[in-house]
Design a binder for this molecule. Structure first.
Ligand SMILES: Nc1nc2c(ncn2[C@@H]2O[C@H](COP(=O)(O)OP(=O)(O)OP(=O)(O)O)[C@@H](O)[C@H]2O)c(=O)[nH]1
Length: 290
């Protein structure tokens, strides 16, 4: 598959510059990643921008992801020394879960402040992540309906807008936008499989075939059940033949563009079951020098 999308270094540089400026006003960064693609939905350059700024890694969309793999990924990140939460960001416990985890990350710092007599200091946070990862959804679920947007903070010359929450978190109202890194072709495929890239920018047939390749080992039964295929369909057909078969089963005859589109919608909406495309041992996104 050809490179499916251009990477915009200019946009990225600008986004990072903005984030760097905003970092000094916050105590912690919530880095959002999609639980289905924990590698492809991260931008490794964020490490450099954050420096030693405290960070909470938030795996979103766990309702769509493979629960076992979410556990494995959580352990993997925790072993790397990160504090991690994995959640459906739309859940009613989101404010409590996020606040508890943020307090844990900042426990020592806040204890030191309390010793100096500073009590109940709000935690100020910046939400960051690639497009579609759930930044706005998280903000909406952290902030109550009666949102109080405060203007300038004392001592802060720059005009920043803060969103208040009932749990003593304060969030910068503009999330930090990160771009994925496309050096590895699989990264583009995985982003497209989860719907993180606009469909106009991808070749849906290619992504449908990448999906079939993945499902062949991951969950072949889900495809058989959803499209009423014969039990031995996987053994007797190549991925391309399967797509054509699915097209016929859907009543689309040989219009496999339409079948590809339908299959991707099914995948992203969870109609083919929960799924996590990546595992740490897959070495996705690792660029090997020749
Ligand atoms: N199933 C599920 N859907 C989610 C979750 N979080 C976000 N979504 C959905 O994912 C889509 C994208 O969410 P947004 O909050 O708009 O993502 P964003 O990161 O703000 O996206 P940009 O504005 O493009 O940067 C929306 O349709 C949300 O409803 C989640 O935990 N589970």
């Amino acid at each position: 598959m050809a490179q499916i999308i251009q990477w915009f270094p200019g946009h990225m540089a600008k986004a990072f510059r903005l984030m760097r400026e905003n970092l000094k006003y916050v105590d912690i960064v919530f880095e959002l990643v999609d639980a289905r693609i924990p590698v492809s939905s991260r931008n490794p350059e964020l490490d450099e921008v954050l420096g030693n700024k405290p960070r909470l890694l938030v795996m979103t969309k766990t309702d769509l992801a493979d629960p076992e793999r979410t556990k494995a990924w959580t352990k993997y990140f925790v072993d790397q020394g990160l504090e991690v939460v994995a959640l459906d960001t739309r859940g009613h416990k989101t404010p409590q879960i996020m606040t508890k985890a943020a307090r844990k990350v900042l426990a020592d710092k806040w204890a030191a402040l309390e010793e100096k007599g500073v009590k109940d200091k709000p935690i100020r946070a910046l939400v960051a992540g690639i497009p579609n990862v759930g930044k706005s959804t998280l903000l909406n679920h952290l902030v109550t309906k009666n949102v109080a947007i405060t203007g300038d903070r004392p001592g802060v010359t720059k005009k920043l807008q803060w969103l208040k929450t009932p749990t003593n978190l304060e969030l910068l109202d503009t999330p930090g936008v990160l771009w994925p890194k496309f050096e590895d072709q699989r990264v583009g495929e995985h982003l497209a499989m989860t719907g993180a890239i606009k469909d106009q920018l991808i070749n849906q047939d290619d992504i449908a075939l990448a999906t079939l390749k993945f499902m062949r080992t991951y969950n072949p039964a889900a495809i058989v059940a959803r499209y009423h295929l014969a039990d031995d369909a996987w053994e007797t057909n190549t991925d391309v033949e399967l797509l054509l078969l699915i097209s016929q089963k859907l009543g689309f005859k040989d219009d496999y563009d339409r079948a590809a589109e339908r299959m991707l919608l099914d995948l992203r909406r969870g109609k083919l079951g929960t799924y996590t495309v990546e595992m740490p041992e897959d070495h996705i996104g690792e660029v090997v020098d020749d």
